[in-house]
Design a protein around this ligand. Sequence first.
Ligand SMILES: Nc1ncnc2c1ncn2[C@@H]1O[C@H](COP(=O)(O)OP(=O)(O)OP(=O)(O)O)[C@@H](O)[C@H]1O
Ligand SMILES: [Mg+2]
Length: 283
Amino acid sequence: MSVPVVEVDQLVIDYGTRGGVFRAVDDVSFSLNPGERFGLVGESGSGKSTTILALMRMLRGGRVSSGRMRLNGRDLAEVSDAEYRSLRFAEISLVPQGAMSSLNPVLRIGEQMGDIFDDHGVRHTRGQRATIIRELLTQVGLPPEVRHRYPHELSGGMKQRVCIAMGIALRPSLILADEPTSALDVIVQKQVLATLGRVQQDLGAAVILIGHDMALMAHFVTRLGVMYKGKLVETGSVRDIFANPQHDYTRMLINSLPSFDRLKSFRSGAARPVRPAAFQEGV
Ligand SMILES: Nc1ncnc2c1ncn2[C@@H]1O[C@H](COP(=O)(O)OP(=O)(O)OP(=O)(O)O)[C@@H](O)[C@H]1O
Ligand SMILES: [Mg+2]
Protein backbone atom coordinates (compact mmCIF):
# COMPACT_ATOMS: atom_id res chain seq x y z
CA MET A 1 0.00 0.00 0.00
CA SER A 2 1.32 3.42 -0.92
CA VAL A 3 1.43 6.20 1.66
CA PRO A 4 -1.49 8.63 1.25
CA VAL A 5 -0.45 12.02 -0.14
CA VAL A 6 -2.46 13.76 2.50
CA GLU A 7 -4.15 12.59 5.67
CA VAL A 8 -6.32 14.90 7.71
CA ASP A 9 -7.36 13.43 11.01
CA GLN A 10 -9.98 14.96 13.31
CA LEU A 11 -8.99 18.48 12.36
CA VAL A 12 -10.46 21.30 14.45
CA ILE A 13 -9.86 24.95 13.52
CA ASP A 14 -10.97 27.96 15.54
CA TYR A 15 -11.02 31.64 14.65
CA GLY A 16 -10.75 34.22 17.37
CA THR A 17 -13.50 36.76 16.79
CA ARG A 18 -14.82 39.70 18.77
CA GLY A 19 -17.76 37.57 19.84
CA GLY A 20 -15.43 34.80 21.06
CA VAL A 21 -14.07 31.64 19.51
CA PHE A 22 -15.68 30.53 16.28
CA ARG A 23 -15.23 26.89 15.32
CA ALA A 24 -14.93 26.93 11.51
CA VAL A 25 -13.75 23.33 11.06
CA ASP A 26 -15.02 20.68 13.41
CA ASP A 27 -13.59 17.17 13.49
CA VAL A 28 -12.80 16.83 9.79
CA SER A 29 -11.00 13.70 8.55
CA PHE A 30 -10.15 12.54 5.05
CA SER A 31 -7.22 11.21 3.09
CA LEU A 32 -6.13 11.09 -0.54
CA ASN A 33 -4.05 8.57 -2.41
CA PRO A 34 -1.44 9.65 -4.97
CA GLY A 35 -3.08 10.98 -8.12
CA GLU A 36 -6.55 11.04 -6.60
CA ARG A 37 -9.06 13.82 -7.31
CA PHE A 38 -11.17 14.77 -4.32
CA GLY A 39 -13.88 17.43 -4.40
CA LEU A 40 -14.99 19.51 -1.44
CA VAL A 41 -18.43 21.06 -1.76
CA GLY A 42 -20.61 22.85 0.74
CA GLU A 43 -22.42 26.09 1.31
CA SER A 44 -20.60 29.36 1.71
CA GLY A 45 -18.94 29.58 5.12
CA SER A 46 -18.93 25.81 5.71
CA GLY A 47 -15.15 25.73 6.22
CA LYS A 48 -13.80 24.55 2.86
CA SER A 49 -11.18 27.25 2.35
CA THR A 50 -10.24 27.12 6.03
CA THR A 51 -9.48 23.40 5.73
CA ILE A 52 -7.11 23.77 2.82
CA LEU A 53 -5.53 26.97 4.13
CA ALA A 54 -4.63 24.96 7.23
CA LEU A 55 -2.87 22.42 5.00
CA MET A 56 -0.84 25.30 3.55
CA ARG A 57 -0.26 26.80 7.04
CA MET A 58 -1.78 29.98 5.68
CA LEU A 59 -4.64 30.55 8.13
CA ARG A 60 -5.19 34.20 9.00
CA GLY A 61 -6.57 34.73 12.48
CA GLY A 62 -7.31 31.05 12.90
CA ARG A 63 -5.51 28.20 14.57
CA VAL A 64 -5.49 24.44 14.47
CA SER A 65 -6.88 23.58 17.91
CA SER A 66 -6.56 19.84 17.54
CA GLY A 67 -6.13 17.08 15.01
CA ARG A 68 -3.37 15.99 12.72
CA MET A 69 -2.34 16.64 9.14
CA ARG A 70 0.17 14.51 7.30
CA LEU A 71 1.72 15.20 3.92
CA ASN A 72 3.37 12.20 2.25
CA GLY A 73 3.54 10.56 5.65
CA ARG A 74 5.11 13.54 7.40
CA ASP A 75 3.37 15.13 10.39
CA LEU A 76 2.88 18.78 9.39
CA ALA A 77 2.86 19.90 13.03
CA GLU A 78 6.56 19.02 13.13
CA VAL A 79 7.47 21.15 10.13
CA SER A 80 9.09 24.50 10.98
CA ASP A 81 7.89 27.70 9.31
CA ALA A 82 11.13 27.85 7.33
CA GLU A 83 10.67 24.29 6.06
CA TYR A 84 7.06 25.07 5.23
CA ARG A 85 8.25 27.79 2.85
CA SER A 86 10.13 25.19 0.89
CA LEU A 87 7.24 22.69 0.99
CA ARG A 88 4.84 25.18 -0.61
CA PHE A 89 4.83 24.89 -4.40
CA ALA A 90 7.33 22.02 -4.23
CA GLU A 91 5.16 19.43 -2.46
CA ILE A 92 1.84 21.17 -1.94
CA SER A 93 0.51 24.08 -3.95
CA LEU A 94 -2.57 26.23 -3.76
CA VAL A 95 -4.52 27.88 -6.51
CA PRO A 96 -6.27 30.22 -4.08
CA GLN A 97 -9.85 31.46 -4.12
CA GLY A 98 -9.80 34.57 -6.35
CA ALA A 99 -6.39 33.46 -7.61
CA MET A 100 -6.36 35.88 -10.50
CA SER A 101 -6.28 38.84 -8.17
CA SER A 102 -3.30 37.32 -6.36
CA LEU A 103 -1.12 37.98 -9.40
CA ASN A 104 1.24 40.92 -8.95
CA PRO A 105 -0.09 43.72 -11.24
CA VAL A 106 3.32 45.33 -11.77
CA LEU A 107 5.31 42.24 -12.73
CA ARG A 108 5.27 40.53 -16.08
CA ILE A 109 3.94 36.96 -16.00
CA GLY A 110 7.35 35.47 -16.79
CA GLU A 111 8.96 37.35 -13.90
CA GLN A 112 6.33 36.19 -11.39
CA MET A 113 6.74 32.63 -12.56
CA GLY A 114 10.50 32.95 -12.32
CA ASP A 115 10.19 34.14 -8.71
CA ILE A 116 8.85 30.73 -7.70
CA PHE A 117 12.08 29.09 -8.82
CA ASP A 118 14.22 31.80 -7.21
CA ASP A 119 12.30 31.54 -3.91
CA HIS A 120 13.05 27.82 -3.84
CA GLY A 121 16.68 28.17 -4.75
CA VAL A 122 16.25 26.58 -8.19
CA ARG A 123 18.98 27.97 -10.41
CA HIS A 124 18.69 28.17 -14.18
CA THR A 125 20.59 29.91 -16.92
CA ARG A 126 18.57 32.65 -18.63
CA GLY A 127 17.91 30.36 -21.56
CA GLN A 128 16.84 27.42 -19.39
CA ARG A 129 14.51 29.64 -17.37
CA ALA A 130 12.86 31.02 -20.52
CA THR A 131 12.41 27.52 -21.92
CA ILE A 132 10.86 26.19 -18.71
CA ILE A 133 8.43 29.11 -18.47
CA ARG A 134 7.48 28.74 -22.13
CA GLU A 135 6.84 25.03 -21.55
CA LEU A 136 4.73 25.65 -18.45
CA LEU A 137 2.59 28.18 -20.29
CA THR A 138 2.14 25.82 -23.20
CA GLN A 139 1.19 23.05 -20.78
CA VAL A 140 -1.76 25.11 -19.53
CA GLY A 141 -2.82 26.01 -23.06
CA LEU A 142 -1.41 29.54 -23.21
CA PRO A 143 0.79 31.00 -25.94
CA PRO A 144 4.35 31.22 -24.62
CA GLU A 145 4.41 34.98 -25.44
CA VAL A 146 2.13 35.51 -22.46
CA ARG A 147 5.30 35.61 -20.35
CA HIS A 148 5.98 39.12 -21.61
CA ARG A 149 2.57 40.44 -20.58
CA TYR A 150 1.22 42.04 -17.42
CA PRO A 151 -1.81 40.50 -15.66
CA HIS A 152 -4.14 43.31 -16.80
CA GLU A 153 -3.38 42.38 -20.39
CA LEU A 154 -4.89 38.91 -19.92
CA SER A 155 -8.48 37.66 -19.75
CA GLY A 156 -9.81 36.05 -16.56
CA GLY A 157 -9.43 32.57 -18.04
CA MET A 158 -5.85 33.28 -19.07
CA LYS A 159 -4.97 34.60 -15.62
CA GLN A 160 -6.49 31.52 -14.04
CA ARG A 161 -4.35 29.34 -16.30
CA VAL A 162 -1.27 31.32 -15.28
CA CYS A 163 -2.14 30.56 -11.64
CA ILE A 164 -2.36 26.87 -12.48
CA ALA A 165 0.99 27.05 -14.31
CA MET A 166 2.51 28.61 -11.19
CA GLY A 167 0.92 25.94 -9.02
CA ILE A 168 2.52 23.14 -11.03
CA ALA A 169 5.91 24.78 -11.70
CA LEU A 170 7.73 22.76 -9.03
CA ARG A 171 5.78 19.55 -9.68
CA PRO A 172 3.97 19.22 -6.33
CA SER A 173 2.36 15.95 -5.26
CA LEU A 174 -0.75 17.76 -4.01
CA ILE A 175 -2.59 20.61 -5.71
CA LEU A 176 -5.25 22.49 -3.78
CA ALA A 177 -7.60 24.43 -6.04
CA ASP A 178 -10.07 26.72 -4.30
CA GLU A 179 -12.90 27.49 -6.73
CA PRO A 180 -10.42 27.98 -9.55
CA THR A 181 -13.15 28.68 -12.08
CA SER A 182 -15.94 30.47 -10.24
CA ALA A 183 -15.28 33.86 -11.83
CA LEU A 184 -15.33 32.48 -15.36
CA ASP A 185 -18.07 31.79 -17.90
CA VAL A 186 -19.23 28.19 -18.23
CA ILE A 187 -17.27 27.40 -21.39
CA VAL A 188 -14.01 28.76 -19.99
CA GLN A 189 -14.75 27.02 -16.66
CA LYS A 190 -14.78 23.68 -18.44
CA GLN A 191 -11.62 24.47 -20.39
CA VAL A 192 -9.72 25.57 -17.29
CA LEU A 193 -10.79 22.47 -15.37
CA ALA A 194 -9.82 20.27 -18.30
CA THR A 195 -6.41 21.95 -18.23
CA LEU A 196 -6.07 21.38 -14.50
CA GLY A 197 -7.03 17.73 -14.99
CA ARG A 198 -4.50 17.24 -17.77
CA VAL A 199 -1.55 18.77 -15.92
CA GLN A 200 -2.54 16.93 -12.75
CA GLN A 201 -2.41 13.65 -14.66
CA ASP A 202 0.93 14.54 -16.24
CA LEU A 203 2.38 15.14 -12.78
CA GLY A 204 0.57 12.25 -11.12
CA ALA A 205 -0.44 14.78 -8.44
CA ALA A 206 -3.46 14.48 -6.18
CA VAL A 207 -5.97 17.32 -6.25
CA ILE A 208 -8.45 18.76 -3.80
CA LEU A 209 -10.91 20.85 -5.78
CA ILE A 210 -13.28 23.16 -3.94
CA GLY A 211 -16.46 24.27 -5.65
CA HIS A 212 -20.17 24.80 -5.40
CA ASP A 213 -21.19 23.43 -8.74
CA MET A 214 -22.03 19.74 -8.28
CA ALA A 215 -22.30 19.12 -12.02
CA LEU A 216 -18.85 20.51 -12.72
CA MET A 217 -17.44 18.65 -9.72
CA ALA A 218 -18.98 15.37 -10.80
CA HIS A 219 -17.12 15.61 -14.09
CA PHE A 220 -13.79 16.33 -12.49
CA VAL A 221 -13.43 14.39 -9.27
CA THR A 222 -13.84 10.74 -8.38
CA ARG A 223 -14.62 11.26 -4.71
CA LEU A 224 -16.59 13.98 -3.01
CA GLY A 225 -16.78 15.38 0.48
CA VAL A 226 -19.68 17.53 1.57
CA MET A 227 -19.08 20.15 4.26
CA TYR A 228 -21.83 21.65 6.35
CA LYS A 229 -21.28 24.07 9.22
CA GLY A 230 -17.65 23.06 9.69
CA LYS A 231 -18.26 19.32 9.56
CA LEU A 232 -17.55 16.88 6.77
CA VAL A 233 -21.03 15.40 6.77
CA GLU A 234 -20.61 12.99 3.89
CA THR A 235 -17.83 11.47 1.77
CA GLY A 236 -18.00 8.90 -0.97
CA SER A 237 -17.53 8.24 -4.65
CA VAL A 238 -19.35 10.67 -6.94
CA ARG A 239 -21.43 7.75 -8.16
CA ASP A 240 -22.52 6.69 -4.67
CA ILE A 241 -23.24 10.20 -3.49
CA PHE A 242 -25.39 10.99 -6.53
CA ALA A 243 -27.17 7.64 -6.34
CA ASN A 244 -27.74 7.69 -2.62
CA PRO A 245 -27.12 11.01 -0.88
CA GLN A 246 -27.21 10.66 2.89
CA HIS A 247 -27.34 14.19 4.17
CA ASP A 248 -30.19 16.68 3.62
CA TYR A 249 -27.76 19.30 2.39
CA THR A 250 -26.27 16.85 -0.16
CA ARG A 251 -29.78 16.02 -1.41
CA MET A 252 -30.50 19.70 -1.77
CA LEU A 253 -27.31 20.26 -3.78
CA ILE A 254 -28.17 17.41 -6.10
CA ASN A 255 -31.82 18.40 -6.42
CA SER A 256 -30.85 21.92 -7.35
CA LEU A 257 -29.15 20.64 -10.52
CA PRO A 258 -31.24 21.09 -13.64
CA SER A 259 -32.33 17.63 -14.82
CA PHE A 260 -33.65 16.83 -18.26
CA ASP A 261 -36.98 15.81 -16.72
CA ARG A 262 -37.33 19.09 -14.93
CA LEU A 263 -36.32 21.05 -18.03
CA LYS A 264 -38.91 19.15 -20.05
CA SER A 265 -41.70 19.91 -17.60
CA PHE A 266 -40.59 23.53 -17.57
CA ARG A 267 -40.81 23.74 -21.36
CA SER A 268 -44.11 21.87 -21.51
CA GLY A 269 -45.77 24.56 -19.46
CA ALA A 270 -45.42 23.46 -15.86
CA ALA A 271 -44.05 26.94 -15.38
CA ARG A 272 -46.28 29.06 -17.62
CA PRO A 273 -45.47 32.63 -18.53
CA VAL A 274 -47.08 34.98 -16.07
CA ARG A 275 -50.13 36.77 -17.54
CA PRO A 276 -49.71 40.54 -17.30
CA ALA A 277 -53.06 40.69 -15.54
CA ALA A 278 -51.63 38.49 -12.80
CA PHE A 279 -49.39 41.37 -11.75
CA GLN A 280 -52.37 43.65 -11.32
CA GLU A 281 -54.16 40.99 -9.35
CA GLY A 282 -51.09 40.70 -7.13
CA VAL A 283 -50.73 37.01 -7.94
N1 LIG B 1 -10.06 35.28 9.40
C1 LIG B 1 -11.24 34.90 9.89
N2 LIG B 1 -11.69 35.33 11.09
C2 LIG B 1 -12.86 34.94 11.58
N3 LIG B 1 -13.69 34.07 10.97
C3 LIG B 1 -13.32 33.62 9.77
C4 LIG B 1 -12.10 34.00 9.16
N4 LIG B 1 -11.99 33.37 7.96
C5 LIG B 1 -13.11 32.64 7.84
N5 LIG B 1 -13.91 32.77 8.91
C6 LIG B 1 -15.20 32.12 9.14
O1 LIG B 1 -15.02 30.73 9.10
C7 LIG B 1 -16.10 30.11 8.40
C8 LIG B 1 -15.56 29.27 7.28
O2 LIG B 1 -14.99 30.14 6.30
P1 LIG B 1 -14.38 29.56 4.94
O3 LIG B 1 -13.75 30.70 4.24
O4 LIG B 1 -13.55 28.39 5.26
O5 LIG B 1 -15.71 29.08 4.19
P2 LIG B 1 -15.88 28.45 2.73
O6 LIG B 1 -16.56 27.14 2.91
O7 LIG B 1 -14.59 28.46 2.01
O8 LIG B 1 -16.92 29.48 2.07
P3 LIG B 1 -17.02 30.05 0.56
O9 LIG B 1 -17.71 28.98 -0.23
O10 LIG B 1 -17.86 31.28 0.70
O11 LIG B 1 -15.64 30.35 0.08
C9 LIG B 1 -17.03 31.24 7.96
O12 LIG B 1 -18.09 31.33 8.87
C10 LIG B 1 -16.17 32.46 8.01
O13 LIG B 1 -16.93 33.60 8.32
MG1 LIG C 1 -13.87 29.54 0.40
